[in-house]
Design a protein around this ligand. Sequence first.
Ligand code: WTA
Length: 643
Amino acid sequence: MIDRDLYPVSPEWAARAHMNREAYEAARVAARETPEAFWAEQARRLDWITPPTVIKDVSFDKDDFRIRWFADGALNVCFNCVDRHLPERADQMAILWEGDEPDQSGGLTYVELHREVCRMANVLKSLGVKKGDRVTIYLPMIPAAAVAMLACARIGAIHSVVFGGFSPDSIAGRIEDCGSRLVITADEGLRGGKRVPLKANVDAALEKVAVETVLVISHTNADVPMTGGRDFRYGELKQGVSDDCPCEPMNAEDPLFILYTSGSTGKPKGVLHTTGGYLFWVSWTHELVFDYRPGEVFWCTADVGWVTGHSYVVYGPLANAGTTLMFEGVPNHPTVSRVWEVVDKHRVEIFYTAPTALRALMREGDDPVKATSRASLRLLGTVGEPINPEAWRWYHEVVGESRLPIVDTWWQTETGGVLVSPLPGATDLKPGSATRPLPGVELQLVDAEGGVLEGATSGNLVITDSWPGQMRTVWGDPQRFFDTYFSAYPGKYFTGDGCRRDEDGDYWITGRVDDVINVSGHRMGTAEVESALVLHPDVAEAAVVGFPHDIKGQGIYAYVTLNAGVEATEALRADLVRHVRAEIGPIAAPDVIHWAPGLPKTRSGKIMRRILRKIAEGETGALGDTSTLADPAVVEALVAGRG
Ligand code: WTA
């Protein structure tokens, strides 16, 4: 199928962009043919204490496995994101903050950010935090979240940010896995007029796992209980420290952060990113993909608890001397015009969000958008899941008044930053396609046996060579890293995504091919939800699959088998949903609970998810071959029970 719904690069964009078509093609060739020279040159965008001479040291082979970039270089991430901008931009806004209510806003200039980060770094040091220690950050979308991350980077501590929507159990699991010494949290967060009990959640988590210290930032000034000897008010400690703190020199391969993400097994993986390669990648991609110039107002709506927030709220924009907007609230509070009002209020130039948010806003009609000006905007972006062409066109025509390019950026927690995306001055746009790989990104489509597929085709998306922003390992479990990403197709990184390539060579991501589902742009492992369900005393067994959902992209469909003698009631259904919310967090709440007298299993006991997916999708007439099932009658019962 040829897709000719093309939106060509405009002459103005080709003229003004950092990279036009010729430059893009030349960079692709240079990155492929002379990678050492190419990356050495590009890496000069960072300020190095010791510039690297060893550029790329990589092997995806089992016996010789290593991923190292700029390995003899030294630098400090915080210096690159803050200090180096002070001579020219001390009074430029570094962070703009928009609170939950429209009358709450603020921010920090670069000189203020420097002072805040130094204070936080000195407080951490005074509490005994040293280079290499892990610090868990559980904060709302307030400037202090960025300050906390940068303060860790300044002293060489490794941060692990936990999304503020995760439950006490999820926090505890993440603290335990990486062995954090200290947690930075706030009294409460605010979202859509509701209070989020952050400190209370940390207290509950710490009933299961111990940390030495909890640092509490006052945000709503709620009266929260403090445990003597363990909990400290940041506002008080901050008074007693200097606002000057030297940057710790870090090796390029020293860890910068751990971020937990869902995989095919029950336990989230601690994705580890390091100092040099990661910072380089987010800075370089932020400039190229968004055609970014220092000082432009950039708004990425992601929470800092996700990788998008790490890379394009905090590190990318700040490394590029940007002004980054942090929004604590939600798109429909107090009205469904809020997002566009924030754009007008802060004169946002580049806006980057998830398709799920666009679909939700699109449902409210065009008027809430048209009531605003949006004249400051010059570029739009999306991330997190495939964008359906209908939502793309609405974004383009209504939000962008048919004058703004849209960059559909494909990437993953594991990739650090964007790998596949149009460049606004180089790439013709196609609604629904992430189009082309960035220079240095070598994609292939393979079949289930690993055979390489050529031309216009569909297959599993793999990457055949490393890029600087690639994750380095799973924290504490290098074997799991290798097995998850490099064992399916030896010598290649397996993304877990399916993908189509069209006649023009453009890529269309079709979604996960493993047991990961994408709910409102958030990754969720089906096994995680299953583990939570079977913890409930009434549940014998559970199987979870994704199903198409108009707004969320995918919803969570749970088949639940109850213990003998337990009655399937509406009250129990509600209780199971409540239970999963409490175990993992609201984003994991099942949309559908389907009472299953039994689950379709093969004779060897493996659940046949293909069949469960079909039933969840309502395609009960096309279940395919069920003859290998131990008990085919189970399927009939499930179809009958769909209701
Ligand atoms: C999906 C988020 C289609 C994909 C940055 C990937 C996308 C997973 C896109 C990673 C896109 C992300 N088009 N699918 N533009 N961007 N995805 O780790 O399935 O939260 O594997 O990283 O999101 O999700 P993660």
